[in-house]
Design a protein around this ligand. Structure first.
Ligand code: PSU
Ligand code: MN
Length: 323
């Protein structure tokens, strides 16, 4: 009697939990569809600091590409070395890195060294995966390098509140005509993850990006400065609505608003001079592209190649990548 009642109550419980999973698809996805590495899983369960990292910059990194005299993304093995270095920086600061990517259809939070190398070797064969691409990459068991939007999505799903990257997407120059606005911005409006970066990618429109973030209710802050940083330079001419001067300031801003937060951290002083050289080359290349009427998807390869020529490419690589 006792046995049968307990078994019927346990089957009711499992039915209930199925229904709850159905009602809360994010939870069931997180449990069944995401592979969390043992190291990240242990850190999360003990409440230790975990920092999410994206994988598009490993396989398609454009801003980094400028330094490598090529336009297809940072080549292997430099991308692998850089990815490991970034993880080491997170570790040296007392947190656990969680690089996020989709490998053979399985979203992975925290990659082993072998998995990181696999992704680095795939390079641009890994699909650039924004939020809209997740379903397709998973369904076709593809390999996906996650952008800021997809990385935020998975970080939030497993409970990682902080994500560090190089440059986020934004409103493209001429975005008012093309409507080319990165889904990173809408993701920031709907997903409660703090994204710490050097600003937006260097070829984008900063004032329009800040307007768009305001529309979506995203808090934008800058670290120890009043201006939003411009990736390669400390100043951009665009003021931020708030400034944080310490990690405590950031913690105090963590209200449960349900949306994301951007914190722009300017290029370190010791790299500022090289940064200014690159920024002025970008501005010249943009002027040339406008004069020669190079637009659409021909624009970025043109800009990267031109910036590379104007800056002497590789000589700058070493200085920035020692960051
Ligand atoms: N920084 C780079 N290269 C990149 C990116 C950043 O140097 O490719 C990626 C980031 O993953 C960012 C994405 O989330 O570009 C935005 O792409 P889009 O503008 O297509 O939304
Ligand atoms: Mn786009």
């Amino acid at each position: 009697m006792a046995a049968s009642s307990s078994s019927s109550s346990s089957s009711a419980l499992s039915r209930l939990s199925n229904i709850q999973n159905h009602l809360n698809p994010i939870d069931s996805l997180a449990k069944n569809l995401v592979k969390i590495s043992p190291e990240v899983s242990e850190a999360l369960s003990h409440g230790h600091a975990v920092v999410a990292l994206e994988s598009t910059i490993i396989s398609h990194g454009a801003d980094y590409t400028v330094f490598f005299a090529c336009v297809q993304g940072m080549p292997y093995p430099q991308n692998f070395e850089t990815a490991k270095e970034v993880e080491a920086i997170v570790r040296n600061n007392g947190a656990v890195p969680a690089t996020i990517a989709i490998l053979e259809g399985l979203p992975c939070v925290g990659l082993s060294t072998e998995e990181l190398e696999r992704l680095a070797k795939l390079g641009s064969k890994a699909q650039k995966t924004a939020r809209r691409d997740i379903a397709h990459v998973v369904a076709t068991r593809g390999n996906g390098a996650t952008t800021v939007s997809a990385t935020m999505f998975f970080a939030s799903m497993v409970g990682i509140p902080v994500f560090v990257t190089g440059g986020i997407g934004g409103v493209h120059r001429h975005g008012e005509h093309t409507m080319d606005i990165s889904s990173d911005l809408t993701e920031l409006g709907r997903t409660p993850v703090a994204v710490i970066s050097a600003g937006i990618k260097s070829i984008l429109d900063i004032p329009r990006t800040l307007e768009y973030l305001e529309t979506h209710g995203v808090c934008v802050a800058a670290y120890k400065t009043n201006e939003f940083p411009a990736f390669f330079t400390e100043t951009s001419g665009s003021k931020v609505p708030c400034r944080v001067d310490s990690p405590e300031d950031y913690v105090n801003m963590k209200l449960k608003l349900g949306s994301g937060l951007v914190i722009g951290v300017p290029i370190p002083r010791e790299h500022a001079a090289s940064g200014r050289v690159i920024e002025s080359a970008i501005q010249s290349a943009l002027r040339e592209a406008r004069e020669k009427n190079i637009t659409g998807n021909a624009e970025t390869p043109f800009l990267l190649a031109r910036v590379n020529e104007l800056t002497g490419g590789l000589s700058l690589a070493s200085s920035i990548l020692s960051l």
